[in-house]
Write a protein that binds this ligand. Structure first.
Ligand code: F6R
Length: 604
């Protein structure tokens, strides 16, 4: 979603801003802009629809400055246009503002305070910058006081970065619900909505809390809490290499990230298991989970799908009832809870607004929680009682791949740890270290078969605008993720279906050559899924099977190595990721940045 960058005290401000925005491209956006000021009376505003490359083309050699702000916009209020792109500015050209989030009451504010002000955009952000200007001019307030007065009226989510031409070396920063960080560099300072944007400048960041207002100058960062008191805060170190965010020789990040999965499995085993395979998880976390009578896994999209697999792992290995919920639903229609619930938030980014909304309610109710995330110090990580990191390395492609498999593997380690302390024999007999080793080798064997999977994508999915993935139990859980991967990057309408349920209505959609792909990895249901595939074949479907070796028969399409049935999703999803990848690639689509989608969804 929208991205924010800012810098003060560096003569290369334009370069830093544009490179920062480039690093945020992966989050999804449709327009971009920068504002820079050179402290000598010159300033420049450049905005464009489309990509950062188009912004670069519009930045003429004279555009320069030492302080500036930049933004990538993912349209919420108003169409995609240059006028609606950020930075927005007040009519007297004094204030410049970039904003992530949504101001819920902007129409009311406009009507109440700004009825005589002409607007050039349809955005909620322009309302805020005009409001700040109004307070500065009419109430004779300095920028910070006018900013504070405007903030006190706003409802909704925001990360703001404001500049005032009368204090051109200062960035005014505030946030509520949307992420924003200050980076402390050598002789200058930066601001960004995602540390990744500024890793070339610094690895040392300061968190900003909701309600705080921060003033950033070249040599100083002043944080003030909601009551106006000064706050001292130490920086934290982001342990990520800027090169990890490059795609190297790969044509797309998604392919690189699919290929990284065997290593992610090994890294998780190294991080969370002893040499002998014993889980190394914080005792306090295990005790808090032991005290619960039910687990609630909360997530959105792919993370929700990883939760569906996690439910099976926690119930089978740890013998604890587990529910999985879509965060945007749970937030506003909470089911009846058990007496002692424990919440697990699955979120690659750690910033998903829907999931955060649930966490806010969980914290208000005083329930314990764990965030499983890929991003150190992300909002959900900071706000939950416990955090476990996925250590998957940055995931840049919009379509999540390695975060899904990392989430499942970490759920398995956690379920094993909990099952062991609960005295569950299944957990005691489950050799997780050996299994994750087999998974890593199995994944490698699958990614080495790319040519075959590309052929299958061409034969099955290129010519159809619809497809079905089917399976039972844990295979059904994977079929939902397989279908999501295909639809989001190839725009083929795909459905993941419980194979036994197909005949109760949806089979009406099967016609000649409709692709139906069956996952068969569970001994108990293999025969049933095969029968359901036959039913679709009898109606003309073009079927493909993705089967575990121990259950394979002649004529199966893709035979995958055997690992424990509970961990088969870690393998079955890989060909599904590659089928989606090659379908998108061969249709000539932008695999990493599919239309309408954003990597980190920070609005509800
Ligand atoms: C799909 C995808 C999304 C995310 C969802 C939640 O490939 O990436 O469905 O899984 O937006 O994001 P996180 O995990 O960051 O909370």
């Amino acid at each position: 979603m929208c991205g924010i960058v800012g810098v003060t005290g560096n003569d290369n401000a334009v370069k830093i801003l544009v490179e920062g925005l480039q690093k945020l491209e992966y989050r999804g956006y449709d327009s971009a802009g920068i504002y820079v000021n050179d402290q000598k009376g010159n300033d420049y505003l450049v905005k464009t629809k489309g990509r950062i490359s188009q912004l670069r083309e519009k930045i003429t050699p004279d555009v320069h400055g030492s302080t500036g702000i930049g933004h990538t916009r993912w349209a919420t209020h108003g169409v995609v246009s240059v006028d609606n792109a950020h930075p927005h500015f007040s009519n007297d050209d004094r204030f410049y503002l970039v904003h992530n989030g949504v101001i819920d009451n902007f129409q009311e504010i406009k009507a109440q305070y700004l009825s005589d002000v002409p607007f050039r955009s349809q955005t909620d952000t322009e309302v805020v910058v005009q409001l700040i200007d109004k307070f500065a001019v009419e109430d004779n307030l300095d920028a910070k006081s006018a900013f504070l007065k405007a903030l006190s009226l706003l409802k909704g989510s925001y990360a703001f970065l404001l500049m005032d031409r009368e204090q051109p070396d200062t960035l005014f920063v505030a946030k509520n619900k949307s992420p924003l960080l200050v980076g402390v560099a050598d002789g200058f300072n930066v601001v960004c909505s995602d540390a990744m944007a500024m890793l070339r400048e610094t690895h040392d960041f300061l968190e900003i809390m909701d309600g705080e207002v921060v003033t950033v100058t070249p040599n100083d960062v002043k944080i003030q809490d909601a009551d106006g008191n000064p706050v001292e805060r130490k920086t934290y170190h982001v342990d990520m290499n800027a090169d990890e965010t490059d795609k190297g020789t790969y044509p797309f990040y998604m392919l690189k990230e699919v290929d990284e999965q065997p290593n992610v499995m090994r890294k998780l085993a190294q991080t969370y298991l002893s040499e002998h395979g014993e889980p190394q998880i914080d005792d306090k976390l295990i005790k808090a989970m032991q005290a619960a009578d039910r687990l609630y896994i909360i997530g959105a999209g792919t993370s929700y799908h990883a939760g569906l697999v996690g439910k099976r792992l926690f119930e089978r290995l740890a013998h604890i009832p587990t529910e999985v919920h879509v965060s945007s639903e749970f937030a506003y229609e909470q089911p009846m809870l058990a007496d002692k619930p424990f919440f697990i938030f699955l979120t690659q980014s750690g910033e998903t607004a829907d999931s955060r909304e649930v966490l806010v309610n969980v914290n208000d109710a005083g329930y314990p929680s764990l965030t499983i995330t890929n991003v150190q110090n992300s909002t959900l990580s900071r706000e939950a009682s416990y955090t476990l990191l996925l250590h998957a390395g940055p995931e840049i492609a919009v379509a999540s791949t390695k975060a899904y498999t990392a989430q499942i593997a970490l759920e398995a380690i956690l379920a094993k740890a909990l099952g062991e302390v609960n005295g569950q024999i299944v957990a005691q007999n489950f050799n997780i270290r050996q299994q994750l080793g087999l998974v890593a080798t199995g994944m490698q064997a699958i990614v080495d078969e790319k040519a075959k999977i590309e052929d299958l994508a061409n034969n099955y999915l290129m010519k159809s605008n619809r497809a079905f993935y089917i399976g039972r139990g844990i295979d059904h859980a994977v079929s939902l993720e397989a279908a999501l991967k295909l639809k989001e990057i190839s725009y083929v309408q795909a459905e993941g279906f419980a194979s036994g349920e197909l005949k109760h209505g949806t089979i009406a959609l099967i016609e000649k050559d409709t692709p139906v792909i069956g996952f068969i990895t569970q001994a108990k249901t293999a025969g049933l899924t095969r029968s359901n595939l036959q039913e679709t074949m009898a109606r003309g479907a073009k079927t493909m099977t993705i089967v575990r070796e121990g259950l394979a028969i002649d004529g199966d399409t893709l035979v995958l190595p055997d690992v424990d049935e509970m961990l088969m999703p870690l393998l079955t999803v890989v060909p599904a990721q590659l089928l989606a990848y090659y379908t998108s690639l061969n249709k000539g689509l932008d695999v990493d940045k599919p239309r309408n989608l954003a990597k980190s969804v920070t609005v509800e």
